[in-house]
Design a protein around this ligand. Structure first.
Ligand code: SAM
Length: 249
């Protein structure tokens, strides 16, 4: 997979691309990633990439010409062009799975007060990473490329992401490491037992408990297995959740 990130601040990606899993995925040539400087595409002799908004108002707006010439220089029939923007479709794990199917992602980062609205007519989608306003699309592009890279075959083991939060519609169970007793705070005994089946059930139950406490919305349309129903009944009793408070049908 190839990920091209179009930005006015390519230097922001130096650390990102050369650290941890992203670095490994690039070195193993599982993912090809590049930060492309939009300013290199301006035809303005002062290298301007932004202008005042028509109609007045605060801040500067990124111009169509350098942005779209930059997109055109990279786009092929296998590219999907995503504009980073708070008014876009909300990014989540399901969308990360959708995007990892693509051969080439072009992530376009706005900055300043945003981009000329006509640029939207030339992209495939606008994507938001959440209901807040960032200074630029660079951090959003990092979020999306990180989440997608983890899902590329061979980047991490399949088992490690199958257990992760959101993969099976639940939050991940709590994890512990040595020491078994930290200042009187003990690791749950079952995890020290070596009994794989009991550990699996414990983890599933704690995963259900955490999801119920923190993200009950994730449970709304869940298709439950019999085991999950049984464990959830136990959780509801232990948590003293009244039947009419249940999000579980
Ligand atoms: N004036 C715009 C508005 O109110 O919708 C916000 C512009 S923001 C300061 C500059 C750039 O940051 C945007 O063009 C976009 O690329 C990026 N950005 C800001 N918030 C974002 C978010 N939640 N998700 C994705 N990109 C975002």
């Amino acid at each position: 997979m190839r990920i091209s990130i179009l930005t006015l601040f390519p230097e922001m990606f130096d650390g990102f691309m050369n650290t941890s899993i992203i670095k490994k995925a690039r070195l193993k040539e599982l993912v090809q990633m590049e930060a492309v400087d939009i300013r290199e595409f301006t035809d303005d002799r002062h290298r301007r990439v932004d202008e005042y908004p028509f109609g007045g108002g605060q801040g500067m707006i990124m111009k169509c010409q350098p942005v779209l010439d930059c997109v055109d220089s990279l786009r092929t029939e296998n590219s999907r062009v995503l504009l980073m923007g708070p008014t876009g479709r909300r990014f989540d794990q399901a969308m990360a799975h959708e995007l990892v199917q693509e051969q080439h992602l072009i992530l376009l980062c706005g900055h300043y007060e945003g981009l000329d609205a006509r640029i939207r007519e030339f992209v495939d989608d606008e994507v938001s990473i959440g209901d807040y306003v960032l200074t630029g699309g660079e951090i959003a592009a990092m979020v999306i490329s990180d989440a997608v890279t983890r899902l590329v075959d061979g980047v991490i083991t399949e088992q490690s992401h199958l257990d992760e939060s959101f993969e099976n519609g639940l939050l991940e169970y709590p994890q512990y490491t040595r020491p078994a007793d930290y200042k009187g705070h003990r690791v749950p005994e079952v995890l020290l037992s070596g009994h794989h089946e009991k550990i699996r059930q414990f983890r599933l139950k704690e995963s259900l408990r955490l999801t119920l406490r923190v993200r009950p919305d994730l449970l709304k349309n869940r298709v439950w297995t019999l085991e999950e129903q049984r464990l959830m009944e136990e959780v509801l009793q232990e948590e003293n959740v009244l039947p009419d408070e249940k999000t579980v049908e």
